[in-house]
Design a protein around this ligand. Structure first.
Ligand code: TRP
Length: 333
């Protein structure tokens, strides 16, 4: 009897800086939960990361750290494909082919390209421009049905769908046209130093961002210093964006609603509330941090997982690449 194919999920994360609470609560913490129901492939996208200048020594360390972190979060390399993008040459190959089926105008309209080229006017390289094509190749290579992405990547996924449809129309069914995988999780965690700004990996103020590997003292200190308002009631409202942000964090970690949180802290001050948020976050990140320390110290294990991941990724993408090569008219030896 033919087994029904589990739906495939693909997602990627850049190996630049340690993920922060917003990345974690918004996306990463769901990744391991998806493994039961789906056939998951998760990639550390090193090729994408060099569209902005990286220090090679730091990059190498961060690729390993990001990989170890995925395992520490509970992603099981026996259940899912966990791999470094650059270890599978098929990504770059398919990316080239797809770039010939993507229009200059389409790429010019990508808001992330516009933002990034404004931020780095000294280095508006072609890779920055074709970044979304490589992302499309990542997804389409594995015939992903679903892609968990944040709002900032929705436009890239939309482009991926357009490229897939265009190719399918020209050559017949080749790619699965992927859908965004929407989770109920928090969309946005704001900076602890400025509740009008998104929490960001690249924030210069170290107090603005809590990373998933911060220790308890650091977490407690950052929440204690979080910018709020001059009031004293723990509730949402005009001018209380800082408190609302802390409520979102607390709610995401404890699974309590805003109403429950308001009740819990009725008559208590901001000090108590901030301490409770810090404790809850530190508690929830603790197991992952411990596991991370263990894995990152075990070089042989890490290397073996990376190698096996690369092999699995290669095997899983081979058919797609061959099919594409054949359709466009290349010779298969
Ligand atoms: N561009 C994504 C980001 O910066 C990372 C990424 C690369 C990705 N390839 C992907 C995400 C494929 C989902 C699917 O967040």
């Amino acid at each position: 009897m033919e087994e029904t194919r589990k739906k495939r999920i693909f997602s990627g994360i850049q190996p630049t800086n340690t993920p922060h609470l917003g990345n974690y609560l918004g996306a990463l913490r769901n990744w391991h939960r998806l493994q039961e129901e789906y056939d998951c492939a998760y990639s550390i996208v090193d090729l994408h990361s060099i569209t902005v200048r990286q220090d090679p020594v730091k990059l190498r360390a961060q690729i390993k750290e990001s990989y170890a972190l995925l395992l520490a979060m509970g992603i099981d390399p026996d259940k899912s494909i966990v791999f470094v993008q650059g270890h599978n040459p098929a990504h770059a190959q398919l990316s080239w082919i797809l770039s010939c089926y993507t229009q200059f105008g389409e790429l010019s309209r990508m808001t992330q390209f516009k933002d990034k080229s404004q931020k780095h006017p000294e280095n508006i390289n072609a890779g920055l421009f074709t970044y979304p094509v490589l992302m499309a190749a990542d997804i389409l290579l594995y015939q992903a049905d679903l892609v968990p992405v944040g709002i900032d990547q929705k436009q890239h996924l939309e482009l991926t769908r357009n490229i897939a449809e265009r190719f399918n129309n020209l050559y017949g069914e080749t790619f699965i046209v992927p859908e965004p995988y929407i989770t109920k999780s928090v969309e946005k965690i704001m900076s602890l130093a400025d509740p009008a700004k998104k929490m960001s990996k690249s924030d210069e103020n170290p107090n603005a961002t809590v990373t998933v590997l911060d220790d308890r003292d650091t977490i407690m200190r950052k929440f204690r210093r979080a910018v709020t308002d001059s009031g004293c009631e723990v509730r949402r409202g005009e001018g209380k964006e800082g408190i609302e942000n802390l409520m979102s964090v607390y709610g995401a970690v404890t699974e309590k609603t805003f109403e429950e949180i308001e009740k819990e802290f009725e008559g208590k001050g901001y000090g108590d509330f901030k301490a409770a948020v810090g404790e809850a976050v530190a508690d929830s990140l603790l197991p992952m941090r411990e596991e991370y320390k263990r894995i990152i110290a075990d070089k042989a294990y890490l290397e073996r997982c990376m190698k096996e991941g690369a092999e699995k990724a290669f095997a899983a993408s081979r058919r797609t690449l061959r099919k594409v090569n054949k359709k466009v008219g290349f010779i298969d030896l």
